[in-house]
Write a protein that binds this ligand. Structure first.
Ligand code: RIB
Ligand code: CA
Length: 313
């Protein structure tokens, strides 16, 4: 089977880092063409550095890394150091990586890769604010036909928001970009807090990863132990939601998930509900369906997959 060509667009972020490791662990299934960084959890200068650190940790210095947009399309940038720590990857030592940063802007890499995709359309896997993807679509709309699918982490329905009562971080960080992406006309698979809040990194699950004893599992266990503290306190839960690796897990094992084709619309006017994902799960709006919404997951199956794959390093 030919590995599926993908680009991961991310804002590491401990959970983005684990998504990168999961993708890198599966070269027979996923051909990671490049990794693009966007401003999000922490500023761009840190997210691109953190991507390159993960490439070093995974001994994948061959993967091209690109820096993209350093602020949202229209709104002021927001960050989440209170969750991820000052570095964005607190819980592991930060170092100057060997993996180089490519000269080319991430948006131009995405455009060029899609324009050249020809008979092998590319799957985009955004796990941060959607700014890079939206700018690429606005700059060269013709790239859309070479997007196989967009499998993203973002949004919330039953869970409510994690940045405001109405909005999840990735979407409210750049709601105008999210609006562009959800209306691009290509197949979209969206995993939000309704699924990610079901995959909690409990101490037992983190310990099983720590017991693997390789560089990647050590970094993962360290980051998850740090990442654990904020959400467990906020939600009084036995572990922190492991958001971003859900996207890659879906590409590897779609059978672990339940999804439903719906209309998903983004609030871009009201300050009170800015960035809200209005998900028409019961088809009451009459709006045209435009995306699949993930609403359930086999959490044990997800952690078995993650642990088995991290053992490969
Ligand atoms: O709301 C969770 C999402 O926002 C995750 O992708 C996390 O990394 C942050 O980007
Ligand atoms: Ca992220």
């Amino acid at each position: 089977m030919t590995p599926r060509p993908i680009i991961i667009d991310c804002d590491p972020g401990q959970d983005d880092a684990v998504a990168l490791f999961l993708a890198m662990s599966s070269p027979d299934e996923l051909n990671l063409l490049g990794i693009t960084a966007v401003a999000g959890n922490v500023p761009l200068a840190l997210t691109e550095l953190n991507v390159r650190i993960m490439c070093d940790v995974a001994d994948r210095r061959d993967i091209p890394v690109f820096a993209g947009c350093d602020k949202p399309l229209r709104r002021e940038a927001i960050t989440a150091e209170y969750v991820h720590g000052k570095t964005g990857i607190d819980g592991m030592d930060v170092f100057e990586p060997d993996t180089p940063l490519q000269e080319q802007h991430a948006v131009d890499f995405i455009i060029e890769t899609l324009l050249q995709a020809g008979k092998a359309p590319v799957t985009l896997v955004p796990t941060g604010p959607l700014t890079n993807i939206a700018v690429a679509l606005k700059k060269r709309p013709e790239i859309a036909e070479n997007i196989e699918e967009i499998v993203l982490m973002g949004g919330a329905m039953r869970e409510g928001g994690n940045r405001t009562p109405s909005a999840e971080f990735n979407i409210i960080a750049d709601p105008h970009a999210a609006d562009i992406v959800f209306n691009c006309g290509r197949p979209i698979m969206a995993f939000g807090l309704d699924v990610t809040h079901k995959v909690l990194s409990t101490e037992a699950r983190v310990q099983r990863i720590a017991d693997l004893g390789n560089n990647v599992s050590d970094a993962t266990a360290g980051m998850l132990s740090f990442f654990h503290r904020y959400d467990t306190e906020k939600y009084d839960s036995p572990g922190t939601p492991l958001h971003d690796p859900i996207t890659v897990a879906y590409l590897l094992r779609p059978d672990l998930f339940k999804t439903k084709y719906c209309n998903i619309a983004i609030e871009t006017e009201s300050e009170l509900t800015m960035g809200h994902t209005a998900i028409d799960f019961w088809y009451v709006s009459g709006r045209e369906k435009n995306a699949y919404w993930g609403y359930d997951v086999d959490a044990d199956g997800f952690y078995e997959l993650l642990t088995e794959r991290l053992a490969r390093f």
